[in-house]
Design a protein around this ligand. Structure first.
Ligand code: FAD
Ligand code: NAP
Length: 541
C-alpha cells in the first residue's frame, strides 16, 4: 500500500471509520482529549443508519428521549423530540444538529470509503487507505455500524427486472412514488413490517413475499406533549442512570414475578397492559420470557391470539403466525397497523414456505406456484449484521493476519472492543458487546468513553500500544457463548447468529448478559489497569 507520509510521523492520532451516532461521538470525545482525529464516511452526510434507511415508516423502536446522546445536558435540554418513537427524518435532523452544534464536520471526509487498514508493527501505526487518500494513525476506531451492510439475496434474474428495485437500507433520497403501482416487498422483518402498511396506503397492489413470519407488537407511537417533555427533561440524569443500569439501555420495570408465578388472569392482564402501551418491551413483559420455554409459550400464545383477532382471513392469520422461533429471539418488531393491513383488498400475502421464489424476470417475481407482475420490487431483506462492514475492509494486524481470517469461524473479541493480534484497534458496538440487543446510542457512548479513557491511560503511562491478550479473548468468547446458551436465543435462525447470510459461521454474536452488567465489567477491566489487555511500553520510533 502506498504511503503518503512518513511512518515516523502519523498523519493523525486516530482514524475513525463511520459517521453515524458512534463515529460522531468518537470524534467529539477524542478531539476533546486533545487528539487529532480524521473520520471517513462512505455516505454524503452524517447519520449512518438514519442517512441510509429512508424507507416509508422508518423510525426508532427505543423511545426517542432515550435513543439520543446523553453526553451533553445542554443538548438534552435544547432538543425537543416530537414523537415517542421519532421518524427517520427527525432522527437525521437531530444527528445533523449535533454535527453542527459541536463543529464536527471539519474532520469528516464524506463520500469516502475506507478500503484497507494495515498495521505497521515496527512503527506501531495503522496505514489506512480510502478512496480519497492514504494516511497513518496511531489508533484505528471502527464505528462502521452493526446494521450497515445491506443484504440483497442472490436471486437468479434480478438484473433482468424492468421495474424499479430498492433496498430499505439504501433508500433513494427523493423517495419512491407507489401511486398506481404493483409493488412487491420481499422480507417481513422490522423494515418490511414498518413500511408495508404505508406502501399499501398508496400503491395499487402490494404482494408481501414472506419466508418467515415474525412477531410484531403495536409501536404505540404518540406525539410527545409539553408536560411529558418537561417531565423527561427535569429528570434526565436519573433516567440516564436507570438506562445505564438496565438490561437493554432504557428505563424499564420488569414485572415483579416470573411468568408462571402469575395466575392466568394476572398474566393476561400483564401482557395486555404491555400490548396497549406498545413497544419492544413487550418482549420483556416477564423477566423469564426468553429463558424459560414454558414462559415464552405464554407470551407467544397471547400475541398469536391477537393476530387471529385482527386479521379477518383465518388462513392469512395462520400464515402470519410464526412457526419456528420463540418470541423475542429474533428482534421483536413494532408496527403501526401491520396485521390490519392484510385486511385490505390490495394486499396479498405470498407464502414462500409453500412456494419459494425461483427467479426474478423482466416482469416480476417467479415462485414455484406462479409469477407476480410488478412495477416496483422492494428488498426488506436486512443486513450482513455485526461483521459485514468490517469484513468488507481489508484489515491486517500482526504478521499481516487479516481480520477476516482471524474471524473465519466467527468473530472473536475481548469485550467486543479489542481483538488479539490487532493492537491499537477498537470496534464500537461490535460482536461480543451488547450492541444490537440494547439502546445503541447509549451503547456507542459507553464504548467510546471507554476507548477514550483507555487511550488517555496508554499516553499517561508513556506507552505506545494496547492489545487484547489471546487468553482474554478466549475467555470472553466462552463467556458470551455460555450466556447465550442459557437462553432461548440460539434456537432461532436469526441474524444475531449470522443465519441470514449464506456461509456465515453460526455464532451468536452479541453479549447477552445485559447492558448494565456489561458496563460494570468494562469499568472493572479499566479500573484494574486494563486487565486482559497488554499495554506495551516504549517508543518504537
Ligand atoms: P451506523 O449508523 O450504521 O453508521 C456506520 C457508518 O459507517 C455508516 O454511515 C456507513 O456508511 C459507514 N461505513 C461503514 N463502512 C465504511 C467504510 N469502509 N468506509 C467508510 N464508511 C463506512 N438501534 C436502537 O438502539 N434503537 C432503534 O430504535 C434502532 N432502530 C433502527 C432502525 C433501522 C432501520 C436500522 C437499520 C437500525 C436500527 N437500530 C436501532 C440500529 C442502529 O444501527 C443503531 O442504533 C445506530 O444508529 C448505529 O450507529 P453507528 O454509528 O454504530 O452505525
Ligand atoms: P431482517 O430482520 O433481517 O429481516 C429480513 C427479512 O427478509 C426476513 O423476513 C427474511 O426472512 C427475509 N429474507 C431475507 N432473505 C430472503 C430471501 N432470499 N427470500 C425471502 N425472504 C428473505 O432485516 P430488517 O427488517 O431490515 O431488520 C434488521 C434489524 O434492523 C432489525 O432486527 C432491527 O434490529 C433493526 N431495525 C429496527 C427497526 C426499528 O423498528 N427501529 C426498523 C428496521 C430495522 P427470514 O426470516 O426467513 O430469513
Amino acid at each position: 500500500m502506498a504511503n503518503t507520509s512518513s511512518p515516523a510521523e502519523p498523519t493523525v492520532d486516530v482514524v475513525v471509520v463511520g459517521a453515524g451516532f458512534a463515529g460522531l461521538y468518537a470524534l467529539y470525545r477524542l478531539r476533546a482529549q486533545g487528539l487529532s482525529v480524521r473520520v471517513y464516511e462512505a455516505g454524503s452526510d452524517v447519520g449512518g443508519t438514519w442517512y441510509w434507511n429512508r424507507y416509508p415508516g422508518a423510525r426508532c423502536d427505543v423511545e426517542s428521549v432515550d435513543y439520543s446522546y446523553s453526553f451533553s445536558d445542554e443538548l438534552q435540554q435544547e432538543w425537543d423530540w416530537t414523537e415517542k418513537y421519532a421518524s427517520q427524518p427527525e432522527i437525521l435532523r437531530y444527528v445533523r444538529h449535533v454535527a453542527d452544534r459541536f463543529d464536527l464536520r471539519r474532520d469528516i471526509c464524506f463520500d469516502t470509503r475506507v478500503r484497507a487498514a494495515h498495521l505497521d508493527e515496527d512503527a506501531m501505526q495503522w496505514t489506512v487507505q480510502s478512496d480519497r487518500e492514504t494516511v497513518t494513525a496511531r489508533y484505528c476506531v471502527f464505528a462502521t455500524g452493526a446494521l450497515s451492510t445491506a443484504m440483497t439475496p442472490d436471486i437468479p434474474g434480478l438484473e433482468e427486472f424492468a421495474g424499479e428495485t430498492h433496498h430499505t437500507g439504501h433508500w433513494p433520497h427523493d423517495g419512491v412514488d407507489f401511486a398506481g403501482k404493483r409493488v412487491g416487498v420481499i422480507g417481513t422483518g422490522s423494515s418490511g413490517i414498518q413500511s408495508i402498511p404505508i406502501i399499501a396506503a398508496s400503491a395499487d397492489q402490494v404482494f408481501v413475499f414472506q419466508r418467515s413470519a415474525n412477531y410484531s407488537v403495536p409501536a404505540g407511537n404518540t406525539a410527545i406533549d409539553a408536560r411529558t417533555r418537561a417531565r423527561v427533561k427535569a429528570n434526565y440524569a436519573e433516567r440516564r442512570r436507570l438506562s445505564r443500569e438496565s438490561g437493554g439501555g432504557s428505563p424499564y420495570d420488569a414485572y415483579p414475578k416470573k411468568t408462571l408465578e402469575a395466575d392466568p388472569a394476572e398474566r393476561r392482564a400483564a401482557f395486555e397492559a404491555r400490548w396497549q402501551l406498545g413497544g419492544v418491551l413487550f418482549g420483556k413483559t416477564f423477566p423469564d420470557q426468553t429463558t424459560d420455554p414454558a414462559a415464552n409459550d405464554e407470551a407467544k400464545a397471547f400475541v398469536e391470539a391477537k393476530i387471529r383477532e385482527i386479521v379477518a382471513d383465518t388462513a392469512v392469520a395462520e400464515l402470519l403466525t410464526p412457526k419456528d422461533h420463540p418470541i423475542g429471539t429474533k428482534r421483536i418488531c413494532t408496527d403501526t397497523d401491520y396485521y390490519r393491513t392484510f385486511n385490505r383488498d390490495n394486499v396479498t400475502l405470498v407464502d414462500l414456505r409453500s412456494a419459494p421464489i425461483v427467479a426474478i424476470d423482466a416482469h416480476g417475481v417467479v415462485t414455484t406456484a406462479r409469477r407476480y407482475d410488478l412495477d416496483v420490487l422492494i428488498f426488506a431483506t436486512g443486513f450482513d449484521a455485526m461483521t459485514g462492514s468490517l469484513d468488507r475492509i481489508d484489515i491486517r494486524g500482526r504478521a499481516a493476519t487479516t481480520l477476516r481470517d482471524a474471524w473465519k469461524d466467527g468473530p472473536r473479541t475481548y469485550l467486543g472492543l479489542g481483538v488479539d493480534g490487532f493492537p491499537n484497534m477498537f470496534v464500537v458496538t461490535g460482536p461480543g458487546s451488547p450492541s444490537v440487543l440494547a439502546n445503541m446510542v447509549l451503547g456507542a457512548e459507553q464504548h467510546v468513553d471507554w476507548i477514550a479513557d483507555c487511550l488517555a491511560y496508554v499516553d499517561e503511562h508513556g506507552c505506545t500500544a494496547i492489545e487484547a491478550t489471546p487468553e482474554a479473548v478466549d475467555d470472553w468468547v466462552a463467556e458470551c457463548n455460555e450466556r447465550a446458551a442459557a437462553t432461548l436465543f440460539p434456537v432461532a435462525n436469526s441474524w444475531y447468529l449470522g443465519a441470514n447470510i449464506p456461509g456465515k459461521p453460526r455464532v451468536f454474536m452479541p453479549f447477552i448478559g445485559g447492558f448494565g452488567a456489561y458496563g460494570n465489567i468494562c469499568a472493572e477491566v479499566a479500573a484494574a489497569g486494563y486487565k486482559g489487555f497488554s499495554v506495551m511500553a516504549g517508543d518504537p520510533r
